[in-house]
Design a protein around this ligand. Structure first.
Ligand code: XIL
Length: 587
């Protein structure tokens, strides 16, 4: 009760502030400092865990996420956990840029990006692509290889290979990044990039069309920076970006969203975000969605004292988010990293006074800062979005986090094959009835090839909720051999029957039952099941927790186990990517 009250109190405190204009005087800044609690005390750490940004965002139909690198997520367990806890979407910082994907003109290396896609999927996060076309992060071979004659071929090939590789898995793609440059002497203010020099302004249209072809499901984004603050330069750039988007739309180019990078900065005189509101409206009026794609606040010019600085940064987060989240077309907020430990700004220009930069919602020790509170508060105050374009926001069950079958359960939930309970949990260790299993298997395999005669079971009436699923599962060959037409729909299904059902539906059988010797308890496999279990084993459909060599054939299957078996059956049927697990039997 105590924490809850405290949380409400400060969320409200901050909320009241989000509507205020920028601080222009030191006294206003002091006032704000008093309202925001001291940074990183233990209650704010507990609070951040309790009120994960992605889950509060989700209740508003919003996405919260962040950028990370393979290196950070794979080497720092605490960071990976924090990331999974707070974020509903992951964007690789560099791993999808040309430089990292293309070691040579003919080779693509997806290893790291694929690892990140799996990390996102197994933690119930969306995955986002950055970026297909950019003038930076090009590989060394680019300049000596790509020219006017072959540029179109290279661009098309890149987009079809890369966007095609992740087709169906990407929430959104930054198709073109940073194409506007106010310094150039061109009416359209298109940046002088190799693509512009080789292909002319149409390179942008070409890129969007190629991306739409390669991945029709991803939201296609034009992404740019320095269009946030109330400055004349930013206003000029907003105008140039808007003109570009208008031209693209008028040509029928499939651009679907604007990404606003939002690398904000603090200034001793304070900063404001009033002009951006009209811009957002104009962008939305073009029929485009808007994403905040790379939010952070450069605190280079703010006072050295960390607590003072954190509050000033938090104020900028609050003011900016209140402006952008008021616009219903804004569907997502992504920060460029989650912790100051990994801010990209540190490598660019350190503070002159030796103090580390503090631009992100968590400090170097992964403790939430006032900027985190601004995010939490702004999300809590944001009006609800009715529906989200792009891939659906995945459901995330609290009771499967860290569970051995998390990846399998999440993947099936994302495919809408299984779902949780009304209280939001999944109950991975609960048993599964035969009727429930029939419902899962018919959803998982909507197009099975067999067409067996249906059976009217004596113990299932047509009004039973599972009637049609059971009928379908029988016709598709998943449920076989019911003497006396007795189904027993409410009986819990044992593991061996799950395996036999899946092998039957997929038409698998094997005379080579030698593989069964892998199981220490092979003797317990009923005779009728040996050929099917052998086939399923060979085809990597069997997952045994906690001991791979213990099949426990006659034990009732849990929901987690059914998810693992069904998922691996989908893999066997070529309808899903394998998920590795120490419990997956490989013989
Ligand atoms: C940055 C990364 O964070 C750095 O690690 C890398 O060295 C350079 O690129 N706008 C963008 C991002 O669109 O791709 C940039 O990311 C930050 C600015």
């Amino acid at each position: 009760m105590h924490t809850l009250l405290k949380r409400r109190h400060f969320l409200m405190g901050l909320g009241a502030l989000t509507g205020m204009g920028a601080f222009t005087t030191a006294s206003q800044l002091r006032h704000f400092n008093k309202l925001v609690p001291a940074l990183a005390d233990s209650s704010s750490i507990a609070l951040a865990a309790e009120v994960a940004l992605h889950s509060s965002a989700r209740t508003k139909g919003l996405i919260f996420g962040a950028a990370a690198t393979y290196q950070q997520l794979s080497s720092n367990k605490a960071y990976a956990n924090l990331f999974a806890q707070q974020c509903g979407m992951l964007v690789p910082t560099n791993e999808l840029k040309w430089q990292e994907l293309r070691p040579s003109p003919g080779r693509f290396n997806f290893t790291r990006a694929d690892w990140m896609a799996r990390f996102a999927r197994s933690h119930g996060m969306l995955f986002r692509g950055h970026t297909l076309v950019w003038h930076k992060a090009l590989p060394n071979w680019f300049a000596s290889t790509v020219n006017k004659q072959n540029a179109e071929k290279y661009l098309r090939e890149h987009i079809s290979r890369v966007a095609g590789h992740y087709a169906g898995q990407m929430h959104s793609w930054d198709v073109v990044n940073e194409a506007i440059d106010l310094q150039v002497q061109r009416a359209d203010q298109l940046r002088n990039t190799p693509w512009l020099r080789f292909l002319g302004p149409e390179y942008i249209d070409l890129a969007f069309r190629a991306a739409a072809e390669a991945d029709p499901q991803a939201l296609l984004v034009y992404n740019d920076f320095a269009i946030e603050h109330d400055t004349p330069q930013a206003e000029a750039k907003r105008t140039a970006v808007l003109r570009l988007l208008e031209r693209l739309k008028s040509r029928g180019t499939p651009v679907q969203a604007l990404g606003i990078q939002s690398h904000l900065f603090g200034h001793p005189d304070g900063v404001k975000f009033t002009q951006i509101r009209r811009f957002l409206r104009n962008v939305a009026d073009l029929g485009l969605q808007i994403m905040i794609t790379e939010l952070d606040v450069n605190d280079q010019q703010l006072p050295r004292d960390a607590a003072v600085r954190d509050r000033a940064v938090a104020k900028i987060y609050a003011d900016f988010l209140s402006a952008v989240l008021d616009e219903p077309a804004v569907i997502a907020v992504m920060t460029w990293g989650l912790s100051d430990r990994y801010t990209w700004l540190a490598n660019r220009k350190p503070r002159g006074d030796g103090g580390g930069l503090r631009p992100l919602p968590f400090d170097e020790q992964l403790r939430p800062k006032p900027a985190w509170q601004s995010l939490a508060s702004a999300i809590a105050q944001a009006p609800s979005r009715s529906s989200q374009p792009g891939l659906p926001i995945p459901t995330r069950f609290p009771d499967i986090q860290g569970h051995w079958a998390q990846g399998y359960i999440q993947a099936l939930a994302d495919k809408n094959i299984i779902s949780g309970f009304p209280d939001g949990t999944f109950k991975p260790n609960a048993p599964v009835t035969r009727a429930e299993f029939a419902a899962i298997v018919t959803k998982a395999f909507p197009k099975a090839s067999q067409n067996n005669p249906s059976i009217e079971f004596v113990d299932i009436s047509q009004s039973f909720w599972g009637y049609s699923a059971i009928q379908t599962a029988v016709r598709r060959g998943f449920l076989v051999g019911y003497p006396g037409r007795i189904f027993q729909p409410s009986q819990q299904i044992p593991r061996v029957q799950v395996v036999v059902a899946l092998a039957s539906g997929l038409n698998l059988s094997s005379n080579n039952t030698n593989v069964l010797s892998f199981y220490q308890d092979a003797a317990q496999i009923p005779n009728y099941a040996t050929n099917k279990v052998a086939a399923a084993t060979q085809r990597r459909m069997v997952v045994n927790y906690p001991t791979a060599r213990q099949l426990n054939p006659n034990r009732n299957a849990t929901r987690a186990e059914v998810a693992a078996f069904v998922y691996q059956a989908l893999v066997d049927a070529g309808q899903a990517q394998p998920i590795n697990s120490p419990y997956l039997v490989r013989v």
